[in-house]
Ligand binder design. Structure first.
Ligand code: NAP
Length: 429
């Protein structure tokens, strides 16, 4: 403080001030001050240009360190290095006035905060979400929690919800694109994605935007992107294998499938992809790199079947009982995790995954086989017999209610046990 107070009057660089400053400086403590015109002039007298370039490159190196590491040491070394650079410049211009500077002079109060912000900015993505429905909002919350800026656009008006979530909302896709997001993620329903992409004003986006999708089928959006997106766009296909219900709390160990379909060679482009993926990684997701084609094969036999069974049980309106078993609890939770999703989503899983039809047929076949096994054994005819045995004293009753004799050889039907008659029935097919 003292040093600055003393040096401030020297600011107007008249020759009188220069003389005065030289006198003062000589008397000041050498430990606190570096006299720019003195210390650097020595060096620059010898190699003025070399000294200057050396200092400047040191400053540049330090600034790079700040950008890449962002640590406090790098910040302070940058300050020192840029100080050296500026003093070297002064030294090189030997005729320039002497400007005393304190090595430990206080920087503006927000210097470090600003530097830190610059570093953070490098890590922050501006993520644009197209389709701000159930899943779009779910993702937006996590992106914001992870320090990214989020903007969104959708067919419906989600202005007030977006404001609550701190998301910039643009009803008009043109306005949305003109905000130049680094990443555009399509969170539209599978069924509407093609129409949305066709109508999307891609030309207003930045030249090398990264486009991604989170559709629950993968081959279809991959093809769409490759056909419709400009060649200089990067393409990343994602499928978080969880939703607003199953991923309500932690994302730990939940699978995130991704396919880097097309990513430019430049470091910045590769880093942008990594920064987006790191949101999921940092949340604890299990990162699974897999081709879109392989995803669809595996998803048909896992996800589509899960949704189908969940829908069937949901349609049955299963409810809580007082004697819920663990197995039954899992069925209820299955319904809970699937039945709330839109029917569009479920239909999309079927329609836009060419492996789904075969899986549905397999499921149907399996169900018929299980049912046949039951019905082969416990035929309606015999059921009638079980429950109406007392009222029919002789023989089994047929489906039409007529009594008939069992096939038990010589033993009269009324003497044969129920078990014997059941065996006869099963044996006779
Ligand atoms: P969804 O019913 O599949 O999609 C709803 C979204 O699609 C809304 O943003 C809606 O916009 C938009 N949309 C629907 N029809 C449209 C049309 N004709 N034109 C323009 N936009 C239309 O439900 P979701 O759960 O939010 O899923 C979104 C995407 O995420 C889907 O592709 C789904 O496969 C994927 N995904 C979902 C889950 C999940 O668990 N829910 C998990 C992983 C991936 P408006 O609301 O503005 O009408």
């Amino acid at each position: 403080q003292d040093c600055r107070a003393r040096t401030r009057p020297l600011e107007p660089r008249s020759s009188t001030y220069q003389r005065a400053s030289r006198r003062r400086i000589r008397t000041m403590s050498a430990a606190t001050f570096v006299v720019a015109g003195a210390s650097t002039a020595c060096a620059s007298n010898r190699h003025p240009v070399k000294g200057n370039a050396k200092a400047r490159s040191a400053a540049l190196g330090a600034r790079r360190a700040v950008a890449s590491r962002g640590d406090v040491r790098a910040l302070s070394s940058e300050r020192h290095a840029s100080f050296r650079a500026s003093t070297a410049r002064v030294g090189a211009r030997r005729a320039s006035p002497v400007t005393p500077r304190a090595l430990d002079a206080a920087q503006p109060f927000d210097f470090e905060a600003k530097q830190r912000q610059k570093v953070e900015k490098k890590r922050t993505l501006k993520i644009g979400i197209v389709g701000f429905g159930n899943f779009g909002q779910f993702l937006a919350k996590r992106f914001i929690k992870n320090g990214h800026d989020v903007i969104a656009t959708s067919r419906s008006d989600y202005g007030s919800i977006a404001a609550e979530l701190n998301v910039g909302y643009y009803r008009d896709p043109d306005d949305f694109c003109e905000m130049h997001p680094d990443v555009v993620i399509f969170c539209t329903s599978i069924l509407s994605t093609e129409a949305t992409i066709n109508a999307f004003p891609m030309q207003r986006l930045r030249r090398n935007t990264l486009v991604a999708d989170v559709l629950s089928v993968k081959q279809f959006p991959k093809q769409l992107f490759l056909q419709r997106m400009p060649e200089n766009f990067d393409i990343l296909c994602l499928h978080p294998m969880f939703g607003p219900d199953s991923g309500k709390g932690s994302w730990k160990d939940l699978p995130l499938v991704y396919d880097k379909v097309r990513v430019g060679e430049e470091k910045s482009r590769r880093e942008r992809v990594e920064r987006l993926l790191s949101v999921f990684e940092d949340e604890g997701c299990r990162m699974v790199e897999m081709s879109c084609e392989e995803h669809d094969i595996q998803a048909a036999s896992s996800q589509f079947i899960t949704h189908t069974v969940g829908r069937m049980l949901g349609t049955m309106e299963l409810g809580e009982t007082t004697i819920n078993t663990k197995g039954y609890e899992s069925l209820l939770s299955l319904v809970n995790n699937t039945y709330n999703d839109s029917f569009d989503l479920y239909y999309g899983l079927f329609m836009y995954n060419k492996n789904a039809t075969a899986e549905l047929s397999r499921l149907e076949l399996a169900f018929s086989q299980v049912k046949a096994q039951l019905f082969d054994r416990l035929h309606t005819l015999i059921r009638d017999d079980i429950f109406d045995e007392a009222s029919v004293p002789t023989g089994l009753r047929s489906g039409n209610g007529k009594a008939k004799n069992g096939g038990g050889g010589d033993t009269p039907a009324e003497e044969r046990t129920f078990k014997d008659r059941l065996i006869d029935q099963v044996n006779s097919g």
